[in-house]
Design a protein around this ligand. Structure first.
Ligand code: NAI
Ligand code: MG
Length: 357
């Protein structure tokens, strides 16, 4: 039988991104080595990020997307470093890839891992197992607007930042959320907006949600305003299954969710182009963590969990499940980095995951 080879682009980028991508690659290569030659990964690593910016004045080359188009998936670390303004680094690399490749669905699960203690006492004995589905192509991150430095004279600068909502964009992410809910034990979709205050785009979202919901009578629904939903995350996590929200709201809620589950360092995510016209991108939820970068103590589990999503996307479903179990066995055995109260290093956790495979 012939070996299946997967061409993967690795973009570690900045800060702990390099450490967690290295960890994830080690785990994936160990999995491939154990497959008895059934599959292997052909990695190409790109040095794009804030150091690249210092040298070239851009976060990635102009033809970067054309280069990435040939890969089956992209494995991403994190972008952002104090030497480059955050809006330049984020727009120049991560958002450019997400939007350029129409990775319109950003899937971010939140659940407890064995042995990890939630910072919220109440949450420890509450069920917490949900998926944040983030609209990833438009909304508040459409990049529409401008600054007018001169219109009103010195000190009178004006800026406009508009959010873009299209019926097509709303419908596809909402439908995605309903399809995902059907695969889960709890068949429920919670839609999040702020449509009382934002009366155009978010009312379009709400109307679309109501219309799409009628195609899924077997799925329970609710519409919750984002401020109320942030309280609900804390007080009633057991009442959530799939949470679908716009780009900004889901970005905020998924950091809150991963903190409730123990640490931002645990949270995995997939940026999917569900039509598979472009490569999808797999990355931890967290950023480049300059406060702990370079010390070998960052938590690799968010990145390794994202690698499990990548396996699923590549059709390696058994391997993805095995990797999930190995992560659980590792935290269950108490091998954890300082962000979740342990003393293990990034390398210790990585090795423990490999041992449990
Ligand atoms: P951050 O997620 O980098 O860090 C927030 C806190 O979580 C810090 O205390 C950090 O030490 C901790 N943390 C993050 N990842 C961790 C890990 N793997 N293990 C243990 N602890 C971890 O967010 P922050 O500080 O707001 O942003 C830092 C930089 O990252 C900025 O330049 C920002 O623009 C960028 N950023 C990039 C993202 C991306 O590439 N997807 C997402 C969020 C922020
Ligand atoms: Mg974020």
């Amino acid at each position: 039988t012939s070996q299946r080879r997967f061409r993967i682009a690795a973009i570690p980028a900045d800060g702990v991104g390099a450490e967690v991508v290295a960890a994830g690659r080690t785990v994936l290569d160990a999995l491939a080595a154990a497959s008895g030659g059934a599959f292997a990964f052909d990695w190409t690593e790109f040095p794009w990020g804030s150091d690249y910016y210092a040298e070239h004045g851009v976060m990635m080359p102009d033809d970067g997307l054309a280069t990435l188009q040939d890969f089956e998936a992209i494995y991403f670390g994190a972008v952002g470093w104090p030497t480059v303004p955050d809006h330049i680094s984020l727009w120049g690399l991560r958002l450019r890839i997400c939007q350029g490749f129409d990775q319109w669905a950003n899937v971010r699960p939140v659940h407890f891992l064995p042995g990890v203690v939630s910072p919220l006492r109440k949450a420890d004995d509450t069920e917490l197992d949900w998926v944040v589905v983030r609209e990833n192509s438009e909304g508040e991150y459409a990049g529409l607007g401008g600054r007018n430095l001169s219109a009103r004279g010195a000190g009178g600068e004006v800026a406009v930042q508009s959010a873009l909502f299209t019926e097509v964009g709303c419908e596809r992410i909402i439908r995605f959320a309903f399809e995902l809910a059907r695969t889960r034990a709890r068949k429920k979709v919670s839609s999040v907006t702020k449509s009382n205050a934002q009366q155009y785009g978010m009312v379009l979202w709400d109307d679309t949600f109501r219309r799409v919901a009628s195609d899924y009578p077997d799925v329970e629904t609710e519409s919750v305003l984002v401020d109320a939903m942030s309280a609900k995350f804390v007080l009633h996590p057991e009442d959530l299954s799939v949470v679908v929200a716009s780009n900004l709201n889901a970005d905020i809620l998924s950091d809150l969710g991963s903190a409730l589950a123990g640490s931002l360092g645990l949270a995995a995510s997939a940026n999917l182009n569900p039509e598979r016209r472009y490569p999808s991108m797999f990355e931890p939820v967290h950023g480049s963590a300059p406060d702990i970068a370079g010390r070998g103590v960052c938590n690799p589990i968010g990145a390794v969990g994202s690698a499990a999503f990548m396996l699923d996307h590549l059709g390696l479903h058994d391997e993805a499940a095995r990797l999930g179990k190995a992560i659980e066995a590792t935290t269950g055995a108490g091998v954890m980095t300082p962000d979740v109260g342990g003393t293990a290093t990034t390398a210790d956790v990585t090795q423990a995951i490999i041992d449990h495979l």
